[in-house]
Write a new protein. Structure first.
Length: 579
């Protein structure tokens, strides 16, 4: 029986199964391992795989968890959302062995639960499925499985399970088995019994951070190029994770547009070359830098700012030609040198793999992700990508410190003095300017046309005197003035209440319709603004092609959750305005 057949069976008898599932107590089912599941504190995140009617997800919310509930059956999800409408549960259509949608969200979990799921995973797919689960866990995270034994129902094919199999898979992935307990079937079926297992990820479990540290601090370097490649990828992992896609052959790796890596490369090296800071022994200015050709020289001469080289930027005429030429040369050098020579410790195996593109034409008019994929792709190991996504706040300073040290070392060999702080200043990432100008301009146009504009957080009508434009995801945590992040808000709400806090899940849920209405009214009725809105959203949020406003809202809420998890930001729910 295929995966689709199993889902079809559950869709067809979901109502009957739901009644049976809801008679089972999650608390009794997990009684033996409950002491191993942290509870009582907010901010923890759980993943419920094969969430069924939402029974277990609802129980986990009572322990203080936010829950991502993955369930492939459309009918089951509908029943679950009716029975358990808790705001702390977010539903996704996904299933093992791949959990592609869940992985695309970039979240890491304190708890992963598989209740009555493993018997549906084909044995040949189980090593891959278990690895996928392990890669979703935080250090110290707990994985809980209930393993079914006994005769399968006539309509369903189930596969045998065993604790020995799970223990073997756990050893491969570095998880420790905390507890194994046997249980009778709570539904009273004499022919069915269960084993309940709790496992833990004892540390980062991947070797990714030692790998990064080895490349940054220990690996031999004849230039700053390896650092440039690592930093270019790390910036994508932290700020443009939607650009990555899982490789298609099932390996634990992602593919990122090589053109985007090259774009970040240019963005980093422009200020360094302008400041004539050496990037390899004997280098001054553009001398001996393999990525410097006519395109890069043209960008230097035209005064192109690093911030101009960003996803969604548009160019015309000679500048478009120069940008494309500079990206092409940077992509070639990245593939030939740092990607080729960055190896695993004590091995000749490269960390990165490049698939060259067939970039045709000689200009780059719009730097969207589709255009940047034309230069090919770079494959990044999954554990390294996740480490860069989750630990960017630690990796970035290490990269900058070592890069600045190398610059001073090269300068000393040439008898040149580098002013204190000069290298660090040139290495500072050029952040976008904090601005709400376009949001205000659009709101003013709407006012002039006689349209009503409301505060997205409270629904209160606004005037030009009470209008403020809020960064939904606060600038202090996510420096982004993309159109999707600019919301109309009452001045009292934005300046006195929300300020630099992250909107809570409740605040977002209450504002959903008003946010989508604002986007439709402000941006989607203008072809140019709609195109810009979607380019910016696709670069920063986990979106599929042909996304609607509702899809963008969902992706924004996932990004909000990830910020809450990664940065532990204070969250805010609006209060009623007076006066």
């Amino acid at each position: 029986m295929s995966y689709r057949d199993v889902v079809g069976v559950y869709d067809g008898c979901a109502e009957q199964l739901a009644e049976r599932y809801e008679t089972v107590s999650t608390e009794r089912m997990l009684a033996e391992i409950l002491p191993l599941i942290p509870s009582g504190a907010s901010g923890r995140l759980a993943l419920d795989v094969g969430a069924g009617t939402g029974r277990d997800a609802a129980f986990l919310t009572s322990l203080g968890y936010d829950v991502v509930a993955a369930e492939p059956s459309v009918t089951m999800r509908r029943i679950a959302q009716d029975r358990h409408p808790q705001a702390g549960i977010r539903w996704v259509a996904d299933a093992l062995p791949t959990l592609d949608h869940v992985h695309s969200l970039g979240l890491a979990y304190d708890l992963v639960l598989l209740s009555a799921v493993w018997q549906h995973v084909v044995p040949a797919d189980r090593p891959r499925a278990f690895r996928k689960l392990a890669t979703l866990m935080k250090p110290g995270g707990v994985l809980v499985l209930t393993l079914r034994h006994g005769t399968a129902p006539a309509a369903l094919q189930m596969h045998p399970t065993s604790t020995a199999e799970i223990e073997g898979l756990a050893r491969v992935q570095g998880l420790e088995v905390l507890r194994v307990a046997a249980s009778a079937d709570q539904g009273g079926r004499a022919e069915v019994s269960w084993d309940i297992m709790a496992l833990r990820m004892p540390d980062d479990g991947t070797g990714a951070l030692p790998l990064v540290r080895g490349i940054v601090l220990s690996d031999g370097k004849s230039s700053t190029y390896k650092l440039g490649l690592l930093r270019a990828v790390a910036r994508i992992a932290e700020y443009a994770p939607a650009a990555a896609h899982p490789v298609q052959d099932g390996r634990d790796a992602v593919e990122v547009p090589l053109g985007l890596v090259a774009l970040n490369w240019l963005r980093m090296y422009l200020p360094l070359v302008r400041a004539q800071l050496p990037q390899l022994p004997g280098n001054i200015g553009v001398e001996r830098l393999g990525f410097v050709r006519d395109g890069f020289v043209s960008l230097l001469a035209s005064g192109t700012a690093p911030i101009d080289l960003r996803v969604g930027a548009t160019f015309g005429g000679e500048q478009a030609v120069a940008v494309a030429s500079a990206i092409s040369r940077a992509a070639y050098i990245i593939a030939k040198m740092p990607a080729h020579f960055t190896r695993y410790s004590n091995s000749d195996a490269p960390v990165f793999h490049i698939t060259p593109g067939r970039r045709g034409g000689a200009s780059a008019t719009i730097l969207d992700l589709d255009t940047l994929r034309h230069w090919g792709s770079i494959e990044i190991p999954g554990h390294l990508w996740r480490a860069m996504s989750r630990f960017g706040a630690w990796i970035e300073p290490m990269l900058i410190a070592e890069w600045a040290r190398l610059i001073r070392t090269y300068a000393d060999r040439m008898g040149r003095a580098i002013a204190p702080g000069a290298a660090e200043a040139a290495l500072a990432w050029a952040e976008p300017v904090r601005t709400t100008t376009l949001g205000r301009t659009v709101a003013k146009r709407l006012f002039d046309q006689g349209n009503a504009v409301s505060c997205v957080w409270t629904g209160r009508g606004l005037s030009q005197q009470t209008l403020d434009i809020d960064h939904c995801l606060p600038w202090s945590a996510w420096p982004c003035s993309d159109l999707w992040n600019l919301m109309p808000a009452h001045t009292q709400v934005n300046q006195r209440q929300k300020r630099d806090r992250l909107p809570s899940a409740l605040a977002m849920a209450n504002a959903k319709d008003r946010i989508i209405d604002w986007w439709n009214m402000a941006y989607f009725e203008d072809d140019a603004l709609r195109a810009r809105f979607m380019r910016e959203a696709a670069a920063a949020l986990p979106l599929n092609r042909n996304a609607s406003g509702a899809d963008v809202y969902d992706a924004l809420d996932w990004r909000r959750l990830r910020l809450a998890q990664d940065q532990q930001l204070a969250q805010w729910t609006p209060t009623i305005l007076r006066g």
